[in-house]
Every structure is written in C-alpha cells, then in structure tokens.
Design a protein around this ligand. Structure first.
Ligand SMILES: CC(C)(COP(=O)(O)OP(=O)(O)OC[C@H]1O[C@@H](n2cnc3c(N)ncnc32)[C@H](O)[C@@H]1OP(=O)(O)O)[C@@H](O)C(=O)NCCC(=O)NCCS
Length: 251
C-alpha cells in the first residue's frame, strides 16, 4: 500500500450468523475484548462488535506480518484506537447493524463514519443541536428528500472529521461547518477554537448498501480509494468497483 492509497474494508454483522463464524471471530479476541463482548445485552450489538474486531484484525494483517489475533491496540484519551505494532498503518472504524467499515491508510490520519439513510429523519430532529449556523442556513433552503440527504451528509462528514481528529464529541460540533456549493464543491470551515487548519484535510463520501459513508483523510496528492468487501466474514476479501469517489474540496 503506498501513501496515496486508502483502503476501505466493509463487512456485514449479519454474516456472524453463519455456522461456525461467531466462534472463529471469538478466537481472535483478547480477554478484555471478550469481556466487553459479553457485557453487551443485545445480540445485535454482540454481532456488530465481533464483526468489527474480526474486520480490523484481519484487514491490518494484510499489510503487516502479524497474525489477526496478535494485534494489540491502545486507546487515546477520547477512545480512538491505534495499533501498538511498529507499523505505519492508521485506521478508523464505524459500525451499524448492517455495515461495519474500516478505513486504512499508510501514515495519514483518517476518520470514517457510516450511517444508514434510514436515519435521515432522526438526524433532522437533532440537526439544531449539532449543525453549525451556516450548515443550518443552507439546510433550510432545501426540502423533502434533498433535505434529508443533506442532513445525512453533514452528520457523517462531521463525525468523520471529529474521528480523524481522534477527539470525538469533545470538539464543538457547531464550530465545524461543511459548506456546500461554489468552486470547491464542498469545503470545510473551522472556527479558530478548533486549533486546526481546514487545508490539512480532504474528504469524500460513498453510498453503499443503503448507507452513506464519509471519509476524512490528511491531505496527500491524488488520493486513491480502493473498496474491499469481506463477505462472508473472514473469507478472502473482494475488490468492489464503487471506489470511484469525488474528493473535496476540489483542487
Ligand atoms: C465515539 C464517537 C467517536 C463515535 O461514536 P459512534 O457514532 O457511536 O460510533 P461509530 O460506529 O461511528 O464509531 C465507533 C468506533 O470509533 C472508534 N472510536 C472511538 N472513539 C473514537 C475517537 N475519539 N476518535 C475516533 N474514533 C473513535 C472506535 O473504534 C469505535 O468502535 P469500537 O469501540 O468498536 O472499536 C463519537 O464521535 C460519538 O460519541 N459520537 C456520538 C454521535 C454524535 O453525536 N455525533 C455527532 C455527529 S454531527
């Protein structure tokens, strides 16, 4: 994997239900991970968790000679995991009941968020609590499906940014604006209190299986995205054709 390439790995938690798969995934877990798995009260959450662990461990082993069960991770103060191994790989994860995604880069910080389109209504209801005044102003000019679509885009892009920063919702969401339109297509505006430069980042969105996926990556020249699907879970991955994305802001 070279420094320009990004790999997005996809898996579906429903695949844990296939015979023997949950047991095979379980074998990859550390004792701490197994304890966390057992603490989930709902089966759906256990499937998401198992799928996420299996996906990140198997995917990272494609790039670095460590077996999937041998990876160890450290969380930063806000919960972002990084691999302990002395390798350049960076990754970030997002999980939904029917999709788990893992974005991997060689060196660049990354953040990813996936949300089902079906969450559009729920997102619209809390828009005023998370979107910036500028984002809300643009949102109010839209109606119907276009408005719902914009809400999902804003949500996933903001989430991908706060996850790339590794600081989650400790960052002031209303001070981060994704502004649509103009020569750049979409551009990021950051209040000085974010202590960051928008020029540091580029981002894209991809729709897959009823979900929107937003990716935020530290800027490199001519980024290339490859999308790999691991279905059934733990099987050899296949390369999907939907890796052609538009990167923002346009150069
Ligand atoms: C924790 C948070 C980083 C993501 O939470 P989320 O949306 O529930 O979950 P996602 O499925 O997208 O991501 C979860 C994964 O992100 C990773 N993660 C956790 N904390 C993280 C952080 N501070 N930065 C980056 N990644 C983080 C973990 O790998 C986690 O999965 P795991 O626990 O199974 O390893 C944080 O952004 C949050 O609490 N969001 C709440 C939702 C919200 O209000 N969003 C506002 C959007 S406008």
């Amino acid at each position: 994997m070279d420094k320009r390439t990004l790999h997005l790995w996809l898996a579906n938690p429903n695949d844990v239900l296939a015979e023997g798969v949950a047991e095979e995934c379980d074998r990859l877990l550390t004792e701490d991970e197994r304890a966390r798995l057992q603490a989930f009260r709902f089966e759906r959450l256990r499937h998401e968790y198992l799928t996420t662990r299996a996906l990140v461990r198997t995917a990272l082993s494609h790039y670095h000679p460590i077996s999937p069960e041998a990876w160890r991770f450290t969380l930063n103060a806000y919960g972002k995991p990084t691999a302990d191994a002395d390798c350049a790989m960076q990754f970030n994860l997002s999980n939904c009941p029917e999709l788990v995604v893992c974005l991997i880069s060689h060196g660049a910080e990354v953040g990813v968020d996936a949300e089902p389109w079906a969450r559009a209504k729920e997102i619209a209801e809390v828009a005023h609590t998370v979107f910036s005044p500028l984002e809300l102003e643009q949102l109010e000019t839209l109606s119907g499906p276009e408005k719902g679509d914009r809400g999902v885009s804003l949500w996933t892009l903001k989430e991908a940014y706060i996850k790339a920063r590794g600081m989650g919702v400790s960052l002031p969401l209303k001070k981060i604006s994704f502004v649509f339109g103009g020569a750049e297509g979409i551009h990021l505006e950051l209040d000085p209190c974010l202590n960051d430069e928008s020029e540091r980042w580029q981002f894209c969105q991809l729709d897959h299986a009823g979900h929107r996926i937003a990716m935020m990556v530290e800027r490199t020249a001519g980024p290339e995205l490859e999308v790999l699907e691991m279905r059934p879970l733990l099987a050899e991955s296949t390369k999907l054709s939907d890796g052609v994305v538009r990167w923002y802001p346009y150069c």
